[in-house]
Ligand binder design. Structure first.
Ligand code: FES
Length: 118
């Protein structure tokens, strides 16, 4: 039986919230590669978000797109909700959404742990 709770390994991506804001100004996107996962990191008026960088449609880099609380793929303009990765018009599967947390030591992204249990 599978456990529905996801566990994560947490990776520091910035040493502080201020460093994140300096490197990724508001309304900007940045591609990060963490533990082999290519991630689109977004700084919006609502805060920081992280979704998979490869567009679920045909793989274009979402970090090269635009957003308005969504990331808009520059290739075919599919739109993904930054909060949960859902494609806004149900045209393709959803993007993976990565949790973020801000600690006193820095800003961390959670990479899901894949269970090796059968
Ligand atoms: S590759 Fe992103 S919408 Fe087609």
């Amino acid at each position: 039986m599978s456990n529905s709770e996801t566990s994560y390994t947490w990776h520091k991506i910035f040493s502080s919230e201020e460093e994140a804001k300096a490197q990724v100004p508001q309304r900007q996107l940045k591609q990060l590669v963490i533990d082999g996962h290519s991630i689109c990191f977004a700084h919006t008026f609502a805060g920081f978000f992280a979704v998979q960088d490869a567009c679920p449609h045909l793989g274009h880099s979402l970090s090269k797109g635009n957003y308005l609380n969504e990331v808009i793929c520059p290739w075919h303009s599919y739109r993904y909700n930054l909060d949960n990765g859902k494609e806004c018009d149900w045209r393709t599967r959803n993007a993976i959404s990565y949790p973020l947390k801000i600690e006193t030591e820095g800003l961390y992204v959670g990479i899901p742990v894949i269970s090796k249990e059968a």
